[in-house]
Design a protein around this ligand. Structure first.
Ligand code: 3PG
Length: 393
């Protein structure tokens, strides 16, 4: 794919699709990873004398303007981070009078941010009307929204059809490099750690990774489906009964492929899904009225030892209910182990990225993906429309 480095942008209007879909609480952005990682592309373009028009979605406003999902807080924070004003074009119709005027007034190196692209009903349907409007604002399209690359929307894919020049940005390039290299050309031993609540959302990833890794660790909510498939009593723990056979098949596939597969050997259980619920550690079967909340101390030891000599580690999904302090130890032990390793450590977005940042290990990782769903689909080996649409002409 052509990148920013392949084009000359001086004096040109450049529309950049970013993923600024960041969590906001009481008007404050609580996780800035997506903003921080968007900066290199924006800074390169402004330094090269482009007129930079940024756009993104936020949340799911369902095609209607929603003040609670305005990108105004993003414009404010980006201005601080870039050390220059990001002019916010607060048009509910995204490409409206304010946007056009703001763009017409731009000088080289200026930055404008459009309003939430999902305020337009056409956006998620990828309808040409809105794609053409977006394209009419600029000379060049840069897609840097890896986090939204699995969506074929106007601002991620459709717009590229109406632009002479479209390229990928530095963040997109970096994500493809780290996730792609892990899959195609990993430094070995290569270990993957999968957790999170659902086996079903990670079916294809598990299967795909079994073809690639040397070590596979499965913890967190999805491990109870594997435990039940092994005949263990898992009480009221999360389980997907439709996937018991699948879990058995994966254990079998790991054997055939010579992949070392690790599952929890002890679990922290409670009778209630609550932070202050009394807990105990069990090794074999839990009682019928108990549920798993975290991996136990022996499992923490087992998992961290298992990855000790790995040279590439890919981690997606927490080991327990880390949002509740008493059940965060499993997730934290993995984050800490990864932070101390002399290896390529890649955090595959979503909850595990949030956990790593919250726990203060963010800057010790090689790469924290800005994609949740997008990084999973990428790891499944699927074609992402936001990447394939770029540079098709
Ligand atoms: C994400 O947070 O995963 C991306 O921004 C995509 O958002 P979506 O799931 O609402 O399309």
């Amino acid at each position: 794919k052509k990148t920013l480095d392949d084009i000359d942008v001086k004096g040109k209007k450049v529309l950049v699709r970013c993923d600024f879909n960041v969590p906001i609480q009481d008007g404050r952005i609580t996780d800035e990873n997506r903003l921080t990682q968007a900066l290199p592309t924006i800074e390169k373009l402004t330094a090269d004398g482009a007129k930079v028009i940024l756009c993104s979605h936020m949340g799911k406003p369902k095609g209607k303007p929603d003040p609670a999902l305005s990108l105004a807080p993003v414009a404010k924070r980006l201005s601080e981070m870039l050390g220059k004003e990001v002019v916010f074009a607060a048009d509910d119709e995204v490409v409206g009078e304010m946007a056009r005027k703001a763009v017409a007034a731009m000088k080289e190196g200026d930055v404008v941010l459009l309003e939430n692209t999902r305020f337009r009903p056409e956006e998620e349907k990828n309808e040409d009307t809105f794609s053409k409007e977006l394209a009419s604002l600029a000379d060049v399209f840069v897609n840097d929204a890896f986090g939204t690359a699995h969506r074929a929307h106007c601002s991620t894919a459709g717009v590229a059809k109406f632009m002479e020049t479209s390229v990928i940005g530095y963040l997109m390039e970096k994500e493809i490099m780290f996730l792609g290299n892990a899959l195609e050309n990993p430094v070995r031993p290569f270990a993957a750690i999968l957790g999170g609540s659902k086996v079903s959302s990670k079916l294809s990833v598990i299967e795909k990774l079994l073809d690639k890794v040397d070590i596979l660790i499965i913890g967190g909510g999805m491990s109870y489906t594997f435990a039940k498939a092994e005949g263990k009593e898992i009480g009221k723990s999360l389980v997907e009964d439709d996937y018991l056979e699948y879990a058995k098949k994966m254990v079998e596939k790991a054997k055939q492929k010579g992949v070392k597969l690790y599952l929890p050997v002890d679990v922290v259980v409670t009778k209630e899904y609550a932070e202050n619920a009394p807990s105990r550690v069990i090794e074999k079967s839990m009682d019928k009225d108990e549920m798993g909340m975290d991996i136990g101390p022996k499992t923490r030891e087992l998992f961290t030892q298992a990855i000790r000599d790995a040279k590439t580690v890919l981690w997606n999904g927490p080991m327990g209910v880390f949002e509740m302090k008493p059940f965060a130890a499993g997730t934290e032990s993995i984050a800490k182990a990864l932070s101390e390793m002399d290896a390529i450590t890649i955090i595959g977005g979503g909850d595990s990225a949030a956990a790593v940042n919250q726990m203060g290990y963010g800057d010790k990782m090689t790469h924290i993906s800005t994609g949740g769903g997008a990084s999973l689909e990428f790891l499944e080996g699927r074609v992402l429309p936001g990447i394939s649409a770029v540079n098709e002409k």
